[in-house]
Design a protein around this ligand. Structure first.
Ligand code: NAP
Length: 299
């Protein structure tokens, strides 16, 4: 249980509602900032403007998945008010106050460093990334179905990268009957790709591997689907780029060649916000309980 914990939840999207639900179920006291247009109320949670928050009482701060914008602005779909988090806010919190976000950026890293508070990026954790790959794959299937006039079954599908997302994508497309080739660079990845029944290739040979591709799904967060590669693809190829912004594709060149290339960020929040929020809520509640136990041990 998280009884007696004071947590501020800052903005976000529908995923944050599941986080709020989970934390209030656990008995935490929540302050909700950026939720003034949310009709629904939660027992144990009060809506506030950022100026009304008593930062000196906060044990934890939960930011939206993207953390903050480049100047500290907090995205929220539940308010039109501007919310900006600064290092001055964080400095007012007790020393043990911990900040949680999905990912981070230079601004957030800067104010965390200035304030000396702890910070966890949830999406860096393997468990979160693996659970999150499930709605990501479902969103990818949706995008491919919406943007092709042929079946996934029997399609030549190339998956680039064999990490948490790439492995799940390859398995789902193969299960639907696609002929799946997977490009990676580590010998152990090549071995695992082969063991799982997909066709492996080294990313150094990408140029010759795309000549008969129907669907290319990129998970490598690095410019990999370059103009040189795109020029070798059939014009009907659909590229879905899952890698974090700006993706790994030369979108301008793809457009010039008449190849449809789509950057598809944040699929879990789009196709399954409830599941994606539950994934975050469960992990947050576990982490906060560990934090509480550790703090009591030190007291
Ligand atoms: P991951 O487990 O770290 O996998 C990344 C893969 O890319 C690994 O196979 C890695 O290979 C490869 N890679 C990285 N840099 C490379 C380079 N310079 N050259 C060649 N290969 C390289 O990451 P993940 O969890 O699968 O996520 C992949 C991407 O998808 C991330 O950008 C993540 O933010 C994004 N994502 C997007 C969504 C969405 O909705 N669109 C959802 C979840 C995640 P090595 O092991 O050899 O480095």
């Amino acid at each position: 249980m998280l009884t007696d914990l004071q947590i501020a939840i800052f903005g976000g999207d529908a995923r944050q509602l599941e986080v709020i639900r989970k934390l209030t179920e656990q008995g935490a006291n929540l302050v909700l900032v950026g939720f003034d247009q949310l009709d629904h109320g939660f027992t144990g949670a009060s809506k506030m403007d950022i100026g009304e928050v008593d930062f000196s009482r906060l044990d934890c701060i939960v930011l939206p998945v993207n953390g903050t914008g480049p100047n500290g602005e907090i995205d929220t779909i539940f308010s039109n008010k501007s919310i900006v988090l600064t290092s001055a806010h964080l400095k007012k919190t007790p020393k043990h106050c911990h900040v949680y976000s999905g990912i981070t950026n230079a601004y957030l890293n800067g104010i965390i460093a200035e304030s000396g508070r702890g910070h966890t990026q949830l999406f860096e954790r393997d468990d979160v990334a693996i659970y999150n790959s499930i709605p990501t794959v479902e969103g990818t299937l949706m995008m491919v179905i919406q943007n092709t006039d042929t079946t996934i079954h029997k399609s030549n599908t190339v998956v680039l990268g064999f990490g948490r997302v790439g492995m799940s994508v390859a398995r789902a497309f193969a299960a639907l009957g696609a002929k799946v080739k997977v490009g990676a660079r580590k010998p152990e990845h090549i071995a695992r790709i082969s063991e799982m029944g997909f066709i492996p290739f080294h990313l150094d040979h990408l140029k010759k591997e795309v000549i008969d591709t129907d669907v290319c799904i990129n998970t490598v967060p690095f410019q990999i689907v370059t103009s040189d590669i795109i020029s070798k693809m059939p014009t009907h190829t659909l590229i879905i780029d899952l890698a974090s912004k700006p993706g790994g594709t030369d979108f301008k060149y793809a457009e010039k060649r008449g190849i449809k290339a789509l950057l598809a960020p944040g699929l879990p929040g789009i196709v399954a916000p409830k599941t994606a929020g539950q994934i975050l809520g469960n992990v947050l509640s576990q982490l906060m309980q560990v934090e509480m136990v550790n703090r009591k041990g030190k007291a």
